[in-house]
Design a protein around this ligand. Structure first.
Ligand SMILES: NC(=O)c1ccc[n+]([C@@H]2O[C@H](COP(=O)([O-])OP(=O)(O)OC[C@H]3O[C@@H](n4cnc5c(N)ncnc54)[C@H](O)[C@@H]3O)[C@@H](O)[C@H]2O)c1
Ligand SMILES: CC(C)[C@H](C(=O)O)[C@@H](O)C(=O)O
Ligand SMILES: [Mg+2]
Length: 351
């Protein structure tokens, strides 16, 4: 079993280190190969996703990814910016289905931005489409007829892109509470009207799943009002990006939410995929030693479950994280004082 480890920038290497310690402690004979990505790769090799890194990623059974993003690189031409590395990996490897689970661990209810009785009901899964939408449409700058500058990004979804993510979401709902909420903006956008039509067509294959639809502005409000109403949420790339950061604060912190990005390719061990916390490189706290590594450790658990066929070990990691939280091992993001390594140690002790 081969895992590519791409730590990236800012707190990426700090949180990835802890997840790697957890994987190594399980002693599963996994071979880990590290490669540069993001701003670190640009500075060392002149490109945020060097072809050698892409080859290592492609050749693995699964990828553990930290985060990319570096304020020093914000003025570079877009194709050289660190963020292009994660976008490139998702697109090049056809990782179109991003699973972002949000669940309140026992003991975290009092640390949510919501009231404990509202927060304690959260157990939802956001299925975010990852290969299309306004992210990958034609974009650029142009001059308007009056001579002023204009920026544009084309939003679109093809029928097949919507259908394949809808199938993933319906199947995920079948394995959970059998409720699927599709989030769009069909009252304004044609892209969303097609999304809604295709999701409704796909529903015919899943009569056991209850499908509802919600506009994204209402969904943002409902996530705060009553997040317990959601089981599986399926949505496009941009809406899913925004709603998942919001869901993280409902749970307690962005340092808690893990993710899996999957496609259709099967390896000898499971479904090939990329695993990363939903947060970024957090330049404001990088190098200070108090980034919360739990989201990355939980991403490693998802890697073991989906890509390496090691469900029992994935459960062990998730249980250990839960125990650490119950024992009050909280990072600063959750109002505690535990540092990055201390949190890693606490999870290892409870493994
Ligand atoms: N997949 C990715 O690699 C990814 C995701 C999001 C943002 N980014 C990039 O990261 C950079 C910073 O973006 P941003 O500030 O908007 O988002 P961010 O997620 O990096 O940080 C947002 C806030 O959350 C805090 N935070 C994030 N992760 C944390 C953790 N594990 N523990 C404690 N606190 C944490 C940060 O300190 C910051 O205050 C940008 O360059 C952005 O493009 C990358
Ligand atoms: C860094 C950026 C390209 C990325 C996204 O928008 O998908 C990030 O916000 C995420 O959530 O993984
Ligand atoms: Mg995001």
């Amino acid at each position: 079993m081969k895992v590519a480890v791409l730590p990236g920038d800012g707190i990426g290497p700090e949180v990835t280190r802890e997840a790697v310690r957890v994987i190594e402690a399980l002693d599963l004979g996994i071979s880990l190969q590290e490669a540069p990505v993001g701003g670190a790769a640009y500075k060392a090799h002149g490109h945020p996703l060097p072809s050698a890194t892409l080859d290592i990623a492609r050749d693995s059974d699964g990828i553990l990814f930290g985060a990319v993003g570096d304020p020093d690189c914000d003025a570079l031409e877009r194709h050289l910016r660190p963020e292009q590395a994660i976008l490139g990996l998702r697109k090049e490897l056809t990782l179109f289905a991003n699973l972002r689970p949000a669940k309140v661990f026992k003991g975290l209810e009092d640390h949510s931005a919501l009231r404990p009785e509202v927060a304690s009901a959260i157990d939802l899964l956001i299925v975010r489409e990852l290969n299309g939408d306004v992210y990958f449409g034609e974009k650029g700058f142009r001059t308007a007829p009056d001579g002023s500058r204009e920026g544009y990004d084309i939003m679109s979804y093809s029928e097949s892109e919507v259908r394949r993510i809808a199938h993933v979401a319906f199947r995920a709902a079948q394995g959970r509470g059998k409720r699927l909420c599709s989030v769009d903006k069909a009252n304004v956008l044609e892209t969303s009207q097609l999304w809604r039509d295709v999701v409704i067509e796909t529903a015919a294959d899943y009569p056991d799943v209850t499908l509802t639809h919600m506009y994204v502005d209402n969904a943002a409000m409902q996530l705060v009002r009553n997040p317990g109403q959601f089981d599986v949420v399926v949505t496009g790339n941009l809406f899913g990006d925004i709603l998942s950061d919001q869901a993280s604060m409902c749970v307690g912190s962005i340092g808690m939410l893990a993710s899996a990005s999957l496609g259709e390719r099967q390896t000898a061990h499971g479904t090939f995929g990329l695993y990363e916390p939903i947060h970024g490189s957090a330049p404001d706290i990088a190098g200070k030693g108090f980034a919360n590594p739990m989201a990355t450790i939980l991403s490693a658990a998802m890697l073991l479950r989906h890509s390496l066929g090691k469900s029992a070990e994935a459960d062990r990691i998730e249980t250990a994280v839960g125990k650490a939280l119950e024992d009050g091992v909280l990072g600063r993001d959750l109002g505690g004082s535990a540092g990055t390594t201390e949190i890693g140690d606490a999870v290892l002790e409870r493994l």
